[in-house]
Every structure is written in structure tokens, then in C-alpha cells.
Design a protein around this ligand. Structure first.
Ligand SMILES: [Ca+2]
Ligand SMILES: [Ca+2]
Ligand SMILES: [Ca+2]
Length: 348
């Protein structure tokens, strides 16, 4: 081991002490000031990394949810980013708990909502849905969930359903537009043709129609639009739909098929055979006037003694609440001809 000159050794010791002191001071300073004064001048990586916000100053409080929202669907408006949270400003713009970023600037949704937004989603209709801890949305009371519409075009919340009914009964078809839309009117259609109120309003020789068209409560409040056909006839069978419209546009329901049961399936078992003929003749000849419902009649006879007031007379084939040879002749003719609704008269 070779001895170092005293001067060289002292220099090395001082230099080492100075480096240590420097590192300690630097560490203390960085800790106290919480500055990022770490390893200097590393190159920016070209791969993925987190970056602050959206490129300009963001919200003044927490963001809990974001979603992409295309206001007009396939229309020319581009999709925007929507953020919801606990903030009241976005990019310096006043925005109560919900705001949109169009790639250039933040903007508000009217007056926003009254408290924090926790979740966001877009409905197939294009409406933006916000959920959270608020109880008003814009000027409306809308507790915890609210929709923002860009188009104000109504959409269908509840579709009409297919029905198979007996001729002579009352048929109700219902459909409901989403709530909140103003000046919405309904028009029912059968096979694409507008239905009108009154006798034979849906088909020649058909039943009496009510609720075929007209205004709905404004704004819509979830009340169904109901088409009623009293004393519905086999001619009223078909494909029914409703159109909801206002000044902004319209929405058409899915089609609901209305079919009629076999008029002479007297025991209503789904098949037509001699049991039905025998059953009808027995009912016709029964002096106790057996009540409906049956395959031929479930229409009530108001004013008649119970139970016929609500059930009708089973052998009253033409459903006029009187009971005579017209019914017998009508049933036997239809039994052999099956002209009213032959597709539903299944032999068996
Ligand atoms: Ca669009
Ligand atoms: Ca039968
Ligand atoms: Ca009759």
C-alpha cells in the first residue's frame, strides 16, 4: 500500500465531505419545498403516459364520471366529452356539476344540476343521462337522475304489445312516450293507415274506436296513449303502431299484431271440433242462460242481471245481449264457413 501525500488525502476528504453535504442540502430543500428537483434533463418518453387534465385548466372540484356523447347521433354534430362531478367551474366557465368539452373549450349544460354528478351514460335515443346526488336539473325537480336532450324529439318509452282477443270484446292498445317532452301528439295506425275515432274507425265493419289521435299531457308525464276499440271485429286484425310527434320530430313505436281467436271455438281450447258445436247447442238450449266467457262471447251485457251484466250470455253469438235464433243460425253458419278468422280456427 503506497502512502498518499498529505495534501492529496486532505483534498479527497474535503471533496467527499462537500459532496455529501451537497446531497443532504439538496434532499432537505427538495423535501421542504416539495419540488421536483430530481434527476435533471431526462428526455420525454414517446410511449404512453398520464398527462394533466385536458390541456387547459380543468375543474375546481372533483370529477367522478366522464363519457363520450354524440348529441345528434348520426347527424353532423361531433361527439363531445362530458364530465360530471362536484365542480362548479370547468376551464374557468361556470358549470354546475356537469360540463362538456368539444375539443376546444368547456361549456355548461344550461344551469346544470343542484349537486354532484356521479355517473353518466348515453341512451340509444341520444339523450344524455346523469345520475348523482342532485334533486333539481335545470329548472325541473328531477331527483338523482335526469336526462338532457339535444333534439327535443320524443322517443318511445313503452312499446305496444301484441294481442289475441275474441271478436266482440274491447281491445286496448297502449304505448308511452318518454316523459318530459312538450306538445306531443299521438296518432295510431293500423297497417300503416291512420286510425280515426268512431264506428269502423280502424277497419270497414270494425269496432268503435276511441283515442285514435290527439294531444298528450304537456310535458309528457309517463301517461300511456291508449287506443280503444269496443266491440272489436275480426276485420280489425292487423299491425298497429303509434306515432308520437312534436314540432321537433317524431318517433314511431314497434308494431303490435292484433289477432282474433277463432269465433266458434266455443270451449276456447284453441281447437275447433264437434265439442264446440255440441257445447254451443247445449248452451243455446239451456234455460238457465249460461254466461260467458266462451269462445263465442265474453262481452258484458250492462243492465242485465248478474252474472250476465259482466260476463254476457255464452250463446249470444252476435253479442247483442239478446238471445234468439239469429245466434243459433250465426254460430252454425260460422262453424261450417269459418269466414271470420279462419287462420285461428285450428282443427283438433
Ligand atoms: Ca353526430
Ligand atoms: Ca274448441
Ligand atoms: Ca244475440
Amino acid at each position: 500500500m503506497s502512502a498518499q501525500p498529505v495534501g492529496t488525502a486532505l483534498f479527497l476528504q474535503l471533496n467527499s465531505s462537500y459532496s455529501t453535504l451537497s446531497r443532504v442540502l439538496r434532499h432537505v430543500l427538495c423535501s421542504v419545498l416539495m419540488l421536483a428537483c430530481v434527476t435533471p434533463a431526462q428526455a420525454q418518453p414517446c410511449g404512453g403516459q398520464w398527462l394533466p387534465g385536458e390541456g387547459i385548466p380543468g375543474m375546481n372540484e372533483a370529477v367522478y364520471a366522464t363519457t363520450m356523447w354524440d348529441p345528434d347521433g348520426a347527424g353532423p354534430q361531433p361527439a363531445v366529452l362530458v364530465a360530471g362531478g362536484n365542480f362548479t367551474t370547468a376551464g374557468g366557465v361556470g358549470a354546475n356539476h356537469i360540463a362538456r368539452w368539444d375539443g376546444t373549450a368547456w361549456s355548461a349544460f344550461d344551469t346544470g344540476v343542484s349537486n354532484e354528478v356521479r355517473a353518466l351514460a348515453m341512451l340509444p335515443s341520444g339523450d344524455l343521462v346523469a345520475g348523482g346526488n342532485f334533486i333539481t336539473a335545470g329548472p325541473n325537480v328531477s331527483a338523482y337522475v335526469a336526462r338532457w336532450t339535444y333534439t327535443n324529439i320524443p322517443w318511445v318509452a313503452v312499446q305496444p304489445t301484441a294481442q289475441t282477443v275474441a271478436a266482440g270484446t274491447t281491445l286496448d292498445l297502449t304505448a308511452t312516450p318518454a316523459n318530459g317532452y312538450s306538445n306531443v301528439a299521438v296518432q295510431w295506425r293500423r297497417n300503416g293507415v291512420p286510425v280515426v275515432d268512431g264506428p269502423s274507425g280502424a277497419s270497414p265493419g270494425g269496432g268503435t274506436v276511441a283515442g285514435a289521435s290527439g294531444p298528450l299531457p304537456s310535458p309528457t308525464i309517463g301517461t300511456p296513449a291508449t287506443l280503444t276499440i269496443t266491440d272489436a271485429q275480426a276485420s280489425d286484425a292487423g299491425s298497429y303502431s303509434a306515432v308520437f310527434s312534436n314540432d321537433c320530430g317524431s318517433a314511431t313505436t314497434t308494431v303490435a299484431t292484433v289477432a282474433f281467436t277463432c269465433a266458434v271455438d266455443f270451449n276456447a281450447d284453441g281447437f275447433l271440433n264437434q265439442e264446440d258445436l255440441g257445447g254451443y247447442l247445449t248452451a243455446f238450449l239451456d234455460e238457465s242462460l249460461p254466461p260467458g266467457p266462451s269462445g263465442t262471447n265474453s262481452a258484458p251485457c250492462p243492465g242485465e242481471p248478474a252474472p250476465y251484466d259482466t260476463l254476457g250470455y255464452a250463446a249470444d253469438f252476435n253479442r247483442d245481449c239478446s238471445f234468439n235464433q239469429e245466434d243459433l243460425g250465426g254460430f252454425i253458419t260460422e262453424y261450417f264457413a269459418e269466414s271470420e278468422n279462419p287462420t285461428n280456427c285450428i282443427p283438433g
